[in-house]
Write a protein that binds this ligand. Structure first.
Ligand code: GLU
Length: 532
């Protein structure tokens, strides 16, 4: 029987989601959508020691920003679902709220001989570890040591049964079989074999807080939630033999999910895992959204840095996957079409900050002027500029401009920007007149032999009687300079200095027709009074 594809993203709310975590969620999502399956979110919050307030909300918000919308586990309001319904049949989706169901599964394993009760205190285990280490050995709780420790395998039944009743700090441990080769298949890594003698008797359930550990909760929930593929980070590969053995012990091998372990995201130099510190050091975000920790430290986020979610999703998808040809730009829908686990690379994917920016620039180019204008207006407002809907001539003194004026500017500079915030750096002089002039540019171009010509060109522009648009002005302007045999570059740079405050910027005809003759005349007066 073929089963409906069901995959899950199962984050632990121990902090903000790293971009590698978002990639894991994305690959799960793409895999599910391509097969018409379900993408489920489950919150693995059984480790109360590592619980971080706000992390769950952050994770859901980050996925939502990316457009990675779960079919099950999170409702329309972005809340993790707590009560079961037709759409969310396995609720609650937070493991802490599923607490009561895990104990009987752990006990079922004890009854079947696959697990046992352990009564060793932290001190006793510490002492044992110290003792073995001083003898030059390493301590591992497994077949080699378990009979010398305090558990239901080593103690007489009457004794351990009494401890079970009287004590509240015991655990249930998995009884790792002796010298067995676990044969596993990974959809990315292929066949893997591990001998159980290298593994330990992991704790599955703790009486102290009556909570399962990750391993038990993960297997039980993947089974109950009918998960068909587990796609997760490679840090979980060492747990895979235990997970295989747990499926076997429960008698669930028939419906055991297939596994795919994704390689790590690597530092830009390829040496080691991409960490938060690399981002801080090299100046790029490693988190999807900004995160402020309990100490008030701020970590940068792609969203706050001005990345478009589409660009972020696209760049993440390409970190570790390729379509097999040289295409690089994919919308989420196109990724759903093109994605395949077979083309996910085994080796780590090296992060490249310049490439990340390149993606954003590509997306910015394709955005409509209207959308970019919407995004740019708040930036302008933050600079003290007022934008009005009604058409009006630009008012530099009152710092008030029409939306149409902003649109004309956006259209002009769209191709030059990587982020919307760049618009301001590229052309702030279209809103605020230069108050000073870049010294070296002024020294180079504002020379008498140039500016006397430039002043005549300015008069030509101010006296121009045709329609005052770039299209009708540009030709005659250049023709005027050329017919006088004046040095075009030098003259234009003199004017640019007056208009921009530097010798770089947009074309003269573009600038003057945007700001208008009046403002142009004012800027010419200002440069004369300042530099002459
Ligand atoms: N809670 C685990 C994590 O945060 C999930 C691992 C898995 O997907 O099995 O990485």
């Amino acid at each position: 029987m073929t089963r409906k594809t069901r995959v899950r993203f199962a984050p632990s709310p121990t902090g903000p989601l790293h971009m590698g975590g978002v990639r894991t969620a994305l690959y799960n999502y793409l895999f599910a959508k391509q097969r018409g399956g379900d993408f489920i979110i489950r919150i693995e919050d059984t480790d109360s020691q590592r619980f971080v307030p706000g992390a769950e909300k952050y994770i859901i918000e980050a996925l939502n920003w990316c457009g990675i919308v779960p079919d099950e586990g999170v409702d329309q309001n972005g809340q993790v679902v707590e009560t079961a319904s037709e759409r969310h049949p396995h609720a609650p989706y937070r493991q802490s709220q599923r607490k009561s169901l895990y104990r009987s599964y752990a006990e079922q394993l004890v009854e079947g001989g696959f697990a046992y009760y352990a009564f060793d205190t932290a001190e006793e285990l510490g002492a044992k570890r110290a003792e073995m280490e001083s003898a030059g050995e390493t301590f591992i709780y497994n077949q080699t040591t378990r009979m010398g420790l305090r558990n239901s395998l080593s103690l007489p039944e009457s004794e351990w049964k009494a401890l079970l009743d009287s004590r509240t700090d015991w655990t249930i441990r998995f009884k790792m079989p002796e010298n067995r080769v676990v044969k596993m298949d990974d959809l990315i890594r292929g066949h893997v074999e591990v001998n159980t003698d290298t593994l330990d008797d992991k704790v599955l359930w703790k009486r102290a807080d009556e909570l399962p550990t990750y391993h038990l909760a993960n297997i039980v929930d993947d089974h109950l939630m009918e998960i068909t593929e587990v796609i997760r980070g490679e840090e979980w590969l060492p747990s895979l033999p235990l997970h295989y053995l747990l499926y076997e012990a429960f008698g669930w091998t028939e419906t055991q999910p297939r596994f795919a372990h994704l390689s790590l995201l690597l530092k830009p130099d390829g040496k080691g895992k991409l960490s938060k510190r690399d981002g801080d050091r090299l100046g790029f975000p490693v988190f999807p959204l900004q995160w402020v920790n309990a100490e008030g430290e701020v970590s940068r986020g792609y969203r706050e840095d001005g990345y478009f979610p589409e660009a972020f999703v696209n760049l993440l998808a390409m970190l570790g996957w390729n379509p097999g040809d040289d295409r690089e730009l994919f919308s989420l829908e196109e990724l759903v079409e093109a994605f395949s686990l077979e083309r996910v690379v085994k080796s780590g994917a090296r992060f490249n900050a310049d490439k990340a920016k390149w993606f954003n620039k590509e997306y910015l180019r394709t955005k409509s002027v209207a959308e970019l204008t919407e995004l740019y207006i708040p930036v302008l407002q933050s600079k003290g500029i007022t934008i009005v809907k009604e058409a009006q001539a630009p008012d530099f003194a009152g710092k008030t401009f029409s939306q149409d004026y902003v649109e004309r500017i956006v259209k002009l500079i769209q191709e030059r920007a990587t982020f919307v915030a760049d618009f301001w750096d590229i052309a702030s002089y279209l809103f605020i007149a230069p108050a000073s002039f870049v010294e070296k540019d002024a020294a180079k171009f504002w020379k008498e032999e140039n500016y006397t010509l430039a002043l005549q060109v300015a008069d030509f522009i101010l006296g121009f009687e045709g329609e005052f648009t770039k299209e009708s002005l540009e030709g005659p302007l250049e023709e005027y300079i050329r017919s006088n045999e004046w040095p075009m570059g030098k003259v234009m740079n003199c004017l640019r200095l007056a208009l921009v405050g530097a010798s770089s910027g947009l074309g003269i005809a573009d600038i003057v027709t945007l700001i208008g003759k009046e403002e142009f005349a004012r800027r010419m007066e200002f440069i004369k009074s300042t530099l002459n």
